[in-house]
Every structure is written in C-alpha cells, then in structure tokens.
Design a protein around this ligand. Structure first.
Ligand SMILES: [Mn+2]
Length: 326
C-alpha cells in the first residue's frame, strides 16, 4: 500500500494526461518526446501520468501494463484517476468491459472494440493500481487527477505511510452518509466532501434545468488561490465533438465548454492536459480519417512549459484569458 501524497522527483518532467486505452497515441507521443522503449530519456527526463490510463479506448490492458513497466523501471510515476478508482471499486461499466464482463449501459460505445485482459494481466493491473498515490508535489509543482483542494490533500497526508485508498474512500462515504441523515440531503455532498472523490473527480454543483446530468462540474481553478506552485491536472476533456442541441448542452455544462481554444492554461498557474483522447473511439466509429482526428494526447513539459501532442506538434500554451468565452 502506498503513501497517498508523495514527492515529485526534481529535474525535468513530462506530464501526460488521461490516456484511456489509446496505446498507439501513447507510443507516438513517447517517441516524439524522445523516450526510449524502456522509458529512459537521453536528457534524464521523468514521466508522470495523471491517471485515467484505461477505459473506452482499444487497448487498456497494454496501456496499463506499459505504464506499470515504466514505473517499475524507475523512469515514470503515475497517480490515480477516477477510472482506476472505479476499477478498484469493482464498478462494471460499458467503458471497462476490457476487464472481461459484459455489463453496462447499451450505446455506441458497445461497438468500439476493447482488447480484453487475460486473467493474469488483470491481476497485475489491479495490483499496480493499488500502489498508486493520489497526489504528487514538490516546492514548485502540484499534481492531481482532477482537482487540487488543500483541505482534501491535508486529510490524505494524515492517512499515513501505508494507506488503502479504497477503504479511505469508503470510510469517508460512510461518515457522509451518517451526517446527511441528520442534515439536508445534497446531491453533490459525496463529490464535494469526500476528500478522495474531490481530488479524483472535482467539485460539483446541482445542474441547470435541461442538463444531461443531475450535477455538473465546476471550474475550481478559477478560485485556486493561496498556493504559488503551478498545478498540473487532467480529467476535464477539452474537446467537444458533434453539433446540435445535445452538443450545445454538453458545452454549457462543461467547465471548459465556453473556451474558444483548448491549448491554454486553465488559470494563471494551473493547466489541464486532457485533450480529449477519451473520445477518439467515437471519431474512429464515425469513420473519420486518422489525419483529421480532433482529439489529442499531449504532454506538458516542465520546466519548459510547452505542450507536445501525439502528432509531434509543439505548442506554447496561451494565457487562460486568451481562451475568450464564445
Ligand atoms: Mn478522469
């Protein structure tokens, strides 16, 4: 069992956002970044994966096993995402049928092929997920899957050197359940008040009428004050595919939905590096030419402060207010 808050290594780092089973994009990105197959880098750079390695894409087992090997080799770190947490909680969904079940909601995702894990690989992958910390940090940087929340990080810091993230999450859920028996019931209480859910999924508010879900995500980074360290996170898919009323609702309920362009900082010192590869399966199903995919996998290079995507583009992220609301 791991310590849930761990130190980042000193030196140059490449942060890679949500991969979601897109093995080929990951392999291309690693090669554009200059990594050798064993994960070493001629300039001594270190890889940090921001979680959500698996689900939806074509080869979740291979992505999880590759990252596991890079971590074992000592060239990479990886934090927990909400999708790894769901696997550890044994939630069976359409998007994680790679685990070898047939459950989940019917829909187009059923048509997207997923490589199924062998029994041996599934055990290896789950054992690997159990070793992952939730937060990494050093004097200049903070790293979390979805949301940096100082109070939640403090709670995790006190969980000791040998914490089991699944029981930590369940203990907090139970405490909240007891608390809401005497208080008003709040549909956002679990997401906002359970420290692990808050860090892995981000804060929520009740949705507006006509939204596609009961609660919607809020842009916590707009009120991220009191910590001068830069913060790198993933989770908030910054690509909006499709048109029409459903797509419009999706943009309205998404914290990045009003941004004209995606290659920006989220706020002055926070940056979200989820450039939508979680949706590449739908581009593939739609028969789109791979050269015209709008979704990307990208890395944020530190201390260089540039982005590199899976096509090898090098992008200087714009200031948050360059995003301009539509
Ligand atoms: Mn996520």
């Amino acid at each position: 069992m791991p310590e849930l808050v761990q130190q980042l290594p000193d030196g140059p780092i490449d942060f890679i956002g949500d991969v979601h089973g897109e093995l080929e994009a990951l392999q291309r990105l690693l090669s554009h970044l200059g990594y050798r197959p064993d994960g070493s880098h001629p300039d001594g750079r270190h890889l940090v994966f921001l979680g959500d390695l698996v689900d939806r894409g074509p080869d979740s087992p291979a992505v999880a096993l590759l990252v596991r090997q890079l971590v074992i080799n000592g060239y990479a770190s990886c934090i927990l995402g909400n999708h790894e947490m769901n696997v550890l909680l044994e939630k069976k969904r359409t998007y994680n049928r790679w685990l070898g079940h047939c459950e989940g909601m019917p829909g187009p995702l059923e048509q997207a092929p997923q490589q199924i894990a062998t029994d041996g690989d599934r055990i290896k992958i789950l054992d690997f997920f159990r070793t992952l910390p939730v937060v990494l940090e050093h004097d200049a940087l903070r790293v979390v899957h979805a949301c940096w929340d100082a109070r939640a990080v403090e709670v995790l810091r006190r969980s000791g050197p040998d914490a089991d993230v699944v029981s930590c999450l369940r203990v907090a859920d139970d405490a909240l359940r007891r608390a809401t028996m005497v208080g008003a019931s709040d549909p956002c209480a679990k997401a906002n008040l359970n420290p692990i859910r808050r860090l892995l999924c981000g804060p929520e508010i009740p949705a507006f009428e006509g939204a596609s879900r009961q609660t919607i995500r809020t842009p916590w980074w707009e009120t991220d004050h009191g910590d001068d360290r830069a913060c790198v996170f993933g989770h908030y898919c910054r690509v909006f595919l499709g048109e029409g009323p459903a797509a419009e609702i999706e943009r309205r309920e998404h914290p990045f939905g009003g941004m004209k362009q995606r290659w920006t900082w989220a706020s002055k010192r926070t940056i979200c590096v989820d450039f939508g590869i979680s949706r590449r399966w739908s581009e593939r199903l739609a028969g789109r030419d791979p050269n015209l995919f709008q979704t990307r996998l990208a890395a944020f290079r530190w201390p260089d402060e540039v982005l590199v995507d899976d096509l090898g583009h090098i992008i200087q992220p714009g200031a948050a207010d360059e995003g301009v609301f539509l």
